[in-house]
Structure formats: structure tokens, C-alpha cells
Write a protein that binds this ligand. Sequence first.
Ligand SMILES: Cc1cc2nc3c(=O)[nH]c(=O)nc-3n(C[C@H](O)[C@H](O)[C@H](O)COP(=O)(O)O)c2cc1C
Length: 136
Amino acid sequence: MAEPLLQIVYASSASYLMTEDELDELLDEVRANNERLNVTGMLLYKDGCFIQVIEGPQSTIENLYNSIANDDRHEDAVELLHEFIPSREFGAWTMGYHRLNEDELNGFNNFFSQNHTISENAKLGGEALKLMLSYR
Ligand SMILES: Cc1cc2nc3c(=O)[nH]c(=O)nc-3n(C[C@H](O)[C@H](O)[C@H](O)COP(=O)(O)O)c2cc1C
């Protein structure tokens, strides 16, 4: 039987303010890796914060999330959602990308300056996922 599909949404804080060129470089690397790994998803960036959804075979996603969370280009990765899904929601995207503007995802602005409960994280993860689905 095929491995179950796992979807993870996390938020993190960039270690430094990335230029457009640095973000493009990161995306090129990520898309090439994901093509090879059969991983799909979307990345949002706003004011030094990342939100990303990754989806694919369970073991691939678990390993990938480990290496992403240890990448020193960002820090404080917080897992917001961790869910098995019946089919991919970002199947056409090796990694979609959207730079958020001011009024998108307002609840996210002070995310890293507050402590959140697990249910607050899940709520924010759900909102982030909805937003990412609207950009597909
Ligand atoms: C914000 C951010 C998102 C990333 N997303 C992915 C991703 O979706 N897929 C991927 O393969 N690497 C991603 N990476 C890069 C990984 O952290 C890591 O560099 C890459 O998986 C290669 O790891 P390895 O050298 O252990 O093989 C991301 C890095 C950052 C900073």
C-alpha cells in the first residue's frame, strides 16, 4: 500500500531580511529538491516571517521538516498543522510562492512576540492554509 500523505504547515522567522534575489535562489533550490522528492506546497513570506505548507509521503515529509527546521536561514520554526490528507491540495506546485502585503493574514503580524497555545496555533495554521489555497 502507498504511504499515507502527510501535510505540515509551519511558521518561522527569517534569520536575516532576505532580498528578492536571495528568496529567488532559495525557491530555485527548494523547487528542484521537491521535484525530486515528490513534495508539493506553498511558501508565504511577510516581513521576515515564513509560513509554509509541505505535503507528500509521510516519511519524506517528516525527514524534510526536520531538515527545514534545522536550516539556519530561519529560526523558531513552529509546527501549526500536522495532518494526514486523502489527496494533495497543492498537487500542481513544487513550491508556490506569495509575498504577503500589509493587510493579508493580520493575526500573523505579532505571532513571534507572543506565546500561543496549541489550539491557537492550529487556528492560525487553518487560516494560513485557507489563504494559501486561495493562491493556488
Ligand atoms: C523557509 C525555507 C523553506 C524550505 N523549504 C524546503 C522545501 O520545501 N523542500 C526542500 O527540499 N528544502 C527546503 N528548504 C531547504 C532545506 O532546509 C534544506 O536546505 C534542503 O532540504 C537540503 O537539505 P540537505 O542538505 O540536508 O539535503 C527550505 C529552507 C528554508 C529556509
